[in-house]
Write a protein that binds this ligand. Structure first.
Ligand code: DSN
Length: 385
């Protein structure tokens, strides 16, 4: 036991002493931690409120129902919500299982262009179970809606996914939905990265457009590491049964408690102000990199993240070199493929930078601009091939 708690302390020290720029990370509140570390981990509750396979579920029934209602409030929606998914990939696989049959076609953004593993990477189960087609980016790095339309016509997918892990611009959910529905497909919005922005009104909402919406709760939503699935009411039964018993046994009630706390926090004016600062900080930092001569993919950002592309400005430098050099100077980010990437995913020609975590720690625009300069100094000190 000592060993485990020593490691936890070391990780806490690491988190306290580094500048965290990984776009998918954040720091949760004490209340989120308290709920996640509560006695609810002891409880089995297979099924749904009022329809469980175990006794003693009266408290967790009330909790799960409360959690569901709070998330509907966060997104001001009457969509059905399932709060039992364990992670983003679990939520996505459940969504596919609810709406598709193996072999059906999914149209999504390629991982190398900013998509996600669970959007059909060939080595993921999602790529093995379904026929995956991709739309692309235009020359500036924006999602090419013309290519979405052409590929939808050409491949007649059952499902189109609008969503990304490394994309810094507004996603036009309304147009995605029009293209999907005109071509007989359903639209899934995966808002894992931008959910906090959607909740705070800083990004157009997919509610009312997408048929099914998945999100994680730990990125810009700043909550427990977990996920949610929303869907139009007509798909509620399919989604619920795809999750349990289709893809899971007992829900993690301690995590559901922490998700309810996350929702309560996301409903506060403080959270909306926080998200506004996240976006302002991201814009300011991206602009500073541009000013220093770096290439920011798409030339800027509308959300909490942006990509630096070294291909033209620093051709001998890889994302891996930058990640490692920064790591040893207590700045944490991740290497990332860039549009038109020529290097392997282990090397890459770019890095992804996010502002959600350090904004939680109180960083403002000037702090992020200072960090941009520090990163530039470190990159300048890297050996050239
Ligand atoms: N969601 C991914 C990320 O953006 O870091 C991890 O799967």
């Amino acid at each position: 036991m000592d060993k485990v708690f020593e490691l936890i302390q070391r990780e806490q020290n690491r988190q306290n002493s580094t500048i965290e720029l990984i776009a998918s990370e954040n720091f949760v509140s004490e209340n989120v931690l308290k709920a996640a570390g509560s006695c609810l981990t002891n409880k089995y509750a297979e099924g749904y409120p009022g329809r469980r396979y175990y006794g003693g579920c009266e408290v967790v029934d009330e909790l799960e129902e409360y959690c569901r209602q709070k998330w509907q409030q966060v997104f001001a929606t009457d969509y059905h919500v399932n709060v039992q998914p364990l992670s983003g990939t679990h939520a996505n696989m459940t969504a596919y299982a609810a709406l598709l049959r193996p072999g059906d076609t999914i149209l999504s953004l390629d991982l190398q262009m900013g998509g996600h593993i669970s959007h059909g990477l060939p080595i993921s189960m999602t790529g093995r179970l379904y026929n995956i087609e991709h739309y692309g980016l235009d020359g500036r790095g924006y999602i090419d809606m013309g290519s979405v339309e052409d590929m939808a016509k050409k491949t007649q997918p059952k499902l189109i996914i609008a969503g990304a892990s490394a994309y810094s611009r507004i996603i036009d959910f309304e147009r995605f939905a029009r293209i999907a529905h005109e071509n007989g497909a359903l639209l899934m919005a995966d808002i894992a990265h931008i959910a906090g922005l959607v909740a705070a009104g800083e990004h157009p909402s997919p509610f009312g457009h997408a048929d099914i919406i998945t999100t994680t709760t730990h990125k810009t939503l700043r909550g427990i590491r977990s996920a949610l699935i929303f869907c139009k009411q007509e798909y509620a039964r399919k989604v619920d049964s795809a999750l349990f018993p289709g893809m899971a046994g007992g829900p993690h009630m301690h995590t559901i408690a922490a998700k309810a706390v996350t929702a309560e926090e996301a409903l506060t004016p403080e959270f909306r102000a926080y998200i506004r600062r996240v976006v302002e900080n991201s814009r300011a930092m991206a602009a500073e990199f541009t000013r220093m001569g770096y290439e920011v993919v798409t030339g800027g950002t509308d959300n909490h993240m942006f990509l630096l592309d070294f291909t033209r400005t620093h051709p001998t430098i890889t994302g891996q070199m930058v990640q490692q050099a920064l790591d040893s100077r207590a700045i944490t980010l991740n290497k990332n493929s860039v549009p038109g990437e020529k290097r392997s995913p282990m090397q890459t020609s770019g890095v992804r930078i996010g502002t959600a975590a350090m904004t939680t720690k109180g960083f403002g625009k000037d702090d992020f601009i200072a960090v941009a300069h520090r990163i530039d100094e470190i990159i300048a000190s890297l050996p050239r091939e």
